[in-house]
Design a protein. Structure first.
Length: 398
């Protein structure tokens, strides 16, 4: 959808930020005045503008807290957290040495935690053990009754964080009586920024321990655990479900078979050079793509960082590991909701392929541009997205 910017990357990220307004992750007036300060494609101006609005809203939240208005404070802290995430998004030129990467992500966390302390139900920061260390998470409970409830476990995508999860689906889950658990796995959020742990494709060894942890929480109904995978998370939760059958349902937002050479899309002639490991020829062409296109620049820079590789060509090759074979799909036993955006060209046709190979019960839903839901992950159509997901879960969980 056309939205404020002409630059495709800025357009999408602004739609993503504004789309969280329904759950206190943005206010439209704030989005409009912030983006008005950002020239097309100017990543430094993007950081400055979003950081400025985040700081102002955070101060207003503190003022509300001082006078005893916890609701206004919570709403302001949530917006501040979301705006700090947006401010950090394009800091990808040298993320290992850019102090703003850590600073802005820590501020996003700080204000999400401050908002969490003001929630109607219990909120806690949690630590989840897994074979190679620990993963940070957030646990939101509907109430303090101790009643076991169905629970949505959120898995990040290529660029999301556990702080963003509240706006993507956490608040919607809590409203419907589901507990909510979010975590940062390898290559995501605090795991790449703080612990410097890169991505890994064998997500059964990541999400399996998260389920192990969830099953120790008395308030979580072990028979009604649902997985939601956001963007690349659609692959990650499906990969998990091919190996572990303990969960009640998975939601792939969106359904996909492979991340290989898809973000950014790599032209066939360049991909051939990469596959032949003619990197001295391929890398200059990738650098030219990055110079001229914000999406390509961000995707390649982010990929080198989160996948823990040395250059653009190695990043593209590494994405081949994030592939569901037909054999993997056949192993899935858990009911699946596969979502697809009508205008999502990056993963076009992949959800349909998964649906065609699945032997488990499933639904494949194409969401349409006429409803404002045709973009990748249906950004800007969050109410329709939530309605689609939770209507499905009402049937799948009985």
């Amino acid at each position: 959808m056309d939205f404020i910017f002409q630059d495709e990357a800025f357009k999408f990220e602004t739609l993503r930020a504004a789309g969280f307004a329904g759950d206190a992750g943005a206010d439209l007036g704030e989005v409009i005045v912030t983006t008005a300060q950002i020239p097309e494609g100017d990543e430094d101006a993007w950081t400055v503008a979003w950081r400025s609005i985040a700081e102002r809203i955070a101060q207003r939240g503190e003022a509300s807290l001082e006078v005893g208005d916890g609701v206004s404070a919570r709403e302001a802290f949530l917006r501040a957290s979301s705006y700090y995430r947006s401010a950090e998004f394009y800091r990808r030129k040298d993320p290992l040495n850019d102090p703003q990467v850590l600073e802005l992500s820590r501020l996003s966390k700080e204000f999400l935690v401050k908002a969490g302390a003001l929630m109607d139900g219990p909120f806690a920061e949690v630590t989840i053990p897994y074979p190679d260390g620990e993963m940070p998470g957030y646990l939101f409970l509907v109430d303090d009754s101790g009643q076991p409830r169905p629970t949505v476990i959120y898995t990040n995508g290529f660029d999301s964080t556990r702080e963003e999860s509240y706006f993507v689906i956490g608040a919607a889950a809590l409203r419907r009586g589901y507990n909510f658990l979010a975590y940062d796995g390898p290559g995501q959020g605090a795991m790449i920024r703080e612990a410097k742990v890169p991505y890994r494709p064998d997500w059964e060894n990541v999400l399996g321990p998260v389920v192990d942890y969830a099953m120790t929480v008395p308030e979580i109904d072990n028979d009604k655990i649902v997985h939601f995978g956001y963007s690349l998370g659609g692959y990650l939760v499906a990969r998990y479900a091919a190996h572990d059958h303990r969960s009640a349902a998975i939601v792939c937002n969106d359904g996909m078979t492979t991340f290989y050479a898809s973000y950014p899309p790599i032209p066939a002639d360049v991909l051939r050079l990469i596959e032949e490991e003619r990197d001295d020829e391929a890398i200059p062409l990738l650098e030219a793509m990055a110079k001229d296109d914000t999406n390509a620049r961000w995707g390649l820079q982010n990929g080198v960082w989160v996948n823990g590789v040395a250059n653009f060509a190695e990043y593209v090759r590494s994405t081949a590991d994030y592939t569901l074979t037909d054999s993997d799909i056949h192993k899935i036993q858990t009911p699946v909701l596969l979502l697809e955006g009508e205008d999502d060209t990056v993963f076009a046709g992949q959800a349909a392929h998964v649906a065609g190979e699945l032997r488990a019960p499933h639904e494949h839903v194409v969401m349409h541009s006429a409803d404002g839901a045709g973009a990748h992950c249906h950004e800007g159509a969050m109410y329709l997205l939530h309605q689609t997901i939770f209507n499905y879960l009402a049937k799948a969980l009985g």
